[in-house]
Design a protein. Structure first.
Length: 241
């Protein structure tokens, strides 16, 4: 028994020494490389975020979205409607209107034109999207629960991180990417710093439907986790023998 414990202790010491040596080399390499790579302030990273208002204006209404419609001065026209599977909504006096594929501003213009034909003069129409049910966001990388999540209402990046269970132990909160497909088909990437957002130094961007959020891992945190797991394996192996 003593022989097995002594052997386990020697293995553990050797592993600690190897880990310390490797960590020292990694730290030295980072210190050596840092002068050549300019540091980016959190506020500068956050400045690359997409304005929330632009996100909302570009959002296309889809099936199952919940809309709140109102006409200034006409209380009878104020109502909440759900977009059906064909992208249509039904309204009194106007009948069936196509809402799917339109932004809120575009739908306002359509409804105003319909109302001004025979019913009202210069109607002021307001469309508010209460639930973005038709849209989804994909969350990948260093979070507790990766997956596909529905967007129900305006949802920010911080809210999406919370929905996915938060960051895991090897996440890099300063390197979170949003991949977004533009109307042209091109894919754009925006990088955000969660620490800057939490500190109020950067805007918490709105997530759009079909966005992909990727939380990158921290190289140093991943390395230390690997070392810890290796040490546990060595100690467990020595104890069993």
């Amino acid at each position: 028994m003593r022989c097995a414990l002594l052997k386990s202790f020697k293995i553990w010491l050797a592993a600690v020494g190897l880990a310390a040596f490797a960590a020292g080399n990694l730290l030295h390499a980072q210190e050596y490389a840092s002068p050549a790579a300019p540091q980016v302030a959190p506020s500068a990273v956050g400045a690359r975020s997409v304005p929330a208002t632009a996100d909302l204006e570009e959002y296309k209404i889809g099936p199952s979205d919940l809309l709140e419609l109102s006409v200034f001065g006409v209380q009878e026209m104020t109502r909440v409607v759900r977009v059906n599977a064909q992208g249509m909504i039904s309204l009194p006096l106007l009948g069936t209107i196509r809402a799917g594929g339109l932004t809120a501003n575009e739908l306002e213009a359509v409804l105003a034109a319909k109302l001004s034909e025979n019913l009202l003069q210069d109607p002021q129409v307001s469309v508010f999207i209460k639930e973005f049910v038709s849209q989804r966001v994909v969350v990948e990388g260093s979070v507790m629960k990766t997956g596909v999540y529905p967007l129900t209402g305006k949802t920010s990046l911080m809210q999406v991180i919370a929905i996915s269970g938060g960051l895991n132990s090897i996440a890099d909160p300063t390197n979170v990417k949003i991949f977004r497909e533009k109307q042209s088909g091109a894919r754009e990437v925006h990088t955000f710093d969660l620490l800057a957002i939490r500190a109020g130094k950067a805007e918490d961007p709105l997530i759009k439907g079909n966005d992909t959020v990727v939380v990158e891992e921290s190289a140093s945190a991943a390395f230390m986790k690997g070392v810890t797991d290796t040490l546990r394996g060595f100690v467990g192996f020595g104890t069993i023998r």
